[in-house]
Design a protein around this ligand. Sequence first.
Ligand SMILES: *Cc1c(COP(=O)(O)O)cnc(C)c1O
Length: 256
Amino acid sequence: MTAQPDPRTAELAANLQATRRRIRTAAEAAGRDRADIALLVVTKFHPAEDLVRLVGLGEREFGESREPEAGRKIAAVRAALSSGEGAVDDGDVAFAADMIGSVQRKKAGSIARWARRVHSVDSLALIDSFDGAAQRALDAGERASTLGVLLQVSLDGDPERGGLVSDDLAEAADRVLAASNSLALEGLMLIAPLEMAAAEAMSRIAEIRQDFVERYPGATELSAGMSGDVEEAIAHGSTCVRVGTAILGARPILSP
Ligand SMILES: *Cc1c(COP(=O)(O)O)cnc(C)c1O
């Protein structure tokens, strides 16, 4: 018995198809293997029901940016999927959520319980917080493996957007490597500055990443590219695009 999808599911399916096509076309244009580029669907401000719909449409990797809403939402999605209420039949869905937004140190403990990786690590203090938090989560059996860390890079030093300037990356990377019991150094992340053309931002992060990978050969991930600049990011080596608006539509306005 197959029911008609509800209108929201149909909308998400169409948007998802268009986004997958963009990724495939950009990968082909860059002569890259599509399998080397992950799509992280960013559902911030949208409800858990949308995540369940997206899992039903085949997506398995999600990005969240606000704690504690993120942790609550992930728990709701896991509950829906395991109870069979969701659109998914196979009981064993490998579902992963990453933290991509700016993090307050006091939230590290709760994030370490649900996040596969954190893309937005941008200070030594935050690395220390996640080291302790991931260790406690491992000891308590709340996570099964080390917490992945991507260092957020700032191209313009704007504290508002966050990120480490390139001169400070090595010190941070060494700090993550020193915490190898709890953390895994996976690569770099960029939120392109608004005032910079996407192609320029992506070509600059590509250079920084090339130097970084020479020094840290295991840290090959590059999380870059959002709804507006997927193509430029893939052309410059992104391994993970974080797409929200193009798939979920405009974010609902929240009352204060
Ligand atoms: C919201 C957000 C995205 C998604 O942005 P869209 O323009 O909606 O695709 C990607 N990365 C981060 C860090 C975000 O906060």
